[in-house]
Design a protein around this ligand. Structure first.
Ligand code: ZN
Length: 148
């Protein structure tokens, strides 16, 4: 009886160590940016903001149903967008990085659909995909931490 009890208490102690070890690992994840992390992100963020600031040019082509320029703008200046989004997303905190990566994928999909809609001379679908891409890009930019 006494021997059984001591085995049980050794097991319980081992389980307690295991549980503490696991929860310790999950609480160790940082939830705020250090100044160095923000500075690193801020070296890549302007590349994204620059393309967001050029989005109205694309909007003008969509409004004018200028199919040729919609397509050359997507393949020209916006061709860099996906890579630039990836460089920023990779440097965000885990919880934001996941959201940023799915927004980046969405933006890429909307631009592909806009490209296809322009190839089909479809004004309604072009306007819709442009708007969705713009909203997702603004949501992405909202995740970028700013310098204090
Ligand atoms: Zn979307």
């Amino acid at each position: 009886m006494g021997r059984c009890r001591s085995i049980v208490s050794v097991l319980l102690a081992a389980i307690a160590v295991f549980v503490v070890g696991c929860s310790g690992a999950s609480t160790a994840q940082p939830t705020t940016y250090s100044p160095d992390q923000v500075a690193a992100i801020q070296t890549y963020a302007p590349g994204v903001v620059e393309l967001r600031d050029r989005f109205p040019e694309l909007g003008d082509y969509v409004a004018q149903q200028d199919w040729v320029n919609i397509r050359s703008f997507i393949h020209g200046p916006m061709g860099e967008l996906r890579a630039r989004l990836g460089r920023v997303a990779a440097r965000l905190l885990p919880q934001d990085a996941q959201q940023a990566q799915s927004l980046a994928a969405e933006i890429g999909n909307h631009l592909e659909r806009l490209d296809a809609a322009a190839a089909d001379f479809d004004p309604a679908e072009s306007a819709r995909q442009y708007q969705l891409a713009r909203e997702d890009l603004n949501a992405f930019i909202a995740l970028i931490p700013q310098e204090a």
